[in-house]
Each structure stands twice: as structure tokens, then as C-alpha cells.
Design a protein around this ligand. Structure first.
Ligand code: 1GP
Length: 232
């Protein structure tokens, strides 16, 4: 299933543990895709281990690349974040440049999807790693959304609230801007109601942490997201 039709995705952190039984429930939950990715402790070994395990199922799998060293063939997609509100050039286009110098000649561009990240929780690991110093307000987010949609024509704008539940008004402001660029929402979803709220605003809703603390609640978000459509 093409990632442009994904409504719901689980994000699996290779540095965290899931049992085979839990993984089967996630993969066969009806979710549209699994994203393998994390900010911290991602290695080639733990990415490969998870890849082998998720490949038992037919669900599409994307690797969200956080370190070049952990990239390996075998995924359906490679999601490449560029952090639009980072203060450090390496996270905007520096690592990308280094990777393309080395591997650009052998990349399959049909599998590569650039994500324009807007990090909205300054306390999350991704914010600290990438030098996000201030929380973008609504006007900032609108400007970043326009940057993604019109200036850089990125396929995805990712509102990353990792670890905290987002402000629906701010997500809605971005949603109004984005037409061709798909809106990914991720952060702090712990139940079906929260998932539905963001599913009305975003194209794709991403569920992370709750997988590791309350699997039942995580699984309940699949049906919830699919029961609503993004409002236009
Ligand atoms: C993290 O956006 C995802 O990159 C999901 O966030 O872990 O808070 O669900 P949570």
C-alpha cells in the first residue's frame, strides 16, 4: 500500500523491546504501515533485527533514517527527515549532503520520501539533538507549512510533538495550508479519542510511545483513525 494512502502508522523504535506476540498484534492490527525509527540508540544491528521480524507480515514498512550507518536495503520506503526548524545545518541538509556524496549513485529514488519536520515539543530527544530552541507558534507553523508545500514542494510535512499531545488549533492551521504536501501528525496519542481528533486534521497519524506502555490502547487507535476522514 502506497504511503500516500496511509491514514495510520505505528512507529517502532529499534532501541525498545517488543515481543513477537506484540509485534504480530501491531502488524496485523489493520494499520497501514510500520515506521522503524527513533532518535536515540538506533544501530544497524537493532534495525536489521526489527526488519527481519516485521518482514513476516505483509504490512508495508518504512525506515525513518536518523543515522546513515543504520540504513540497510529491505524496506519499502526510506523516510528522510529534514528538520525545518532546526538551528543546525547538519539536520536541515548537512547529513543529507554527506549521505548523497557517498551513496547518491546507488539510491532508488522511488523508495525515498523527504519529510519536512517541524518539531513542536522542545523537550523531546529529537528537539535536543537537532538544536530546536524555541517552540514554533501558530504563525511559525503556518510559515513552515507554506515552506513545505510551496517553496520546497516536499511530499510530507511532519508535525512532531513526540511525547506530548499537540495543540489541535495549531495542527488545524497547518492542515488548512497543506494540499499537495501530506500532513503527518505524531505525538502523545494515548487513546482512541485523541487519535480521532488528529485524524480529522492530518493525512497520517503516527502512534509511538503508547505501544510500549499500553498496547491495548495503541491498538485501539487503528479503528479510531480509520473511522474519521481528514476535514478539508
Ligand atoms: C514520534 O511522532 C512519533 O516520532 C509519535 O510520537 O511517541 O509521542 O506517540 P509518540
Amino acid at each position: 500500500m502506497d504511503y500516500t494512502t496511509w491514514r495510520h502508522a505505528f512507529k517502532l523504535d529499534p532501541a525498545k523491546t517488543v515481543t513477537d506476540d506484540e509485534l504480530e498484534k501491531l502488524a496485523e492490527s489493520g494499520t497501514d504501515g510500520l515506521i522503524v525509527g527513533g532518535s536515540d540508540g538506533v544501530t544497524l544491528d537493532n534495525v536489521l533485527e526489527l526488519l527481519v521480524r516485521v518482514r513476516r507480515y505483509s504490512v508495508p514498512v518504512a525506515l525513518e533514517v536518523s543515522t546513515v550507518e543504520s540504513v540497510t536495503p529491505g524496506f519499502d520506503y526510506y523516510f528522510i527527515p529534514t528538520v525545518l526548524n532546526s538551528t543546525q545545518v547538519e539536520f536541515i541538509n548537512g547529513l543529507h549532503h554527506a549521505a548523497l556524496r557517498e551513496y547518491g549513485h546507488m539510491m532508488n529514488w522511488d523508495e525515498v520520501v523527504a519529510e519536512g519536520y517541524c518539531i513542536l515539543n522542545p523537550d523531546c530527544t529529537a528537539a535536543k539533538m537537532t538544536g530546536v530552541e524555541t517552540v514554533p507558534d501558530e504563525e511559525d507553523v503556518i510559515a513552515y507549512a507554506r515552506m513545505a508545500e510551496h517553496l520546497f514542494k516536499l511530499p510530507v510535512f511532519y508535525m512532531e510533538y513526540s511525547g506530548t499531545y499537540g495543540d489541535a488549533e495549531v495542527v488545524e492551521a497547518a492542515s488548512r495550508i497543506l494540499e499537495n504536501t501530506r500532513l503527518f501528525y505524531g505525538g502523545g496519542i494515548t487513546n482512541a479519542e485523541e487519535a480521532k481528533t488528529m485524524a480529522a486534521l492530518a493525512d497520517t497519524v503516527i502512534i509511538g510511545n503508547i505501544i510500549y506502555t499500553d498496547l491495548k490502547a495503541a491498538l485501539s487507535t487503528v479503528e479510531a483513525v480509520k473511522s474519521v476522514s481528514r476535514q478539508r
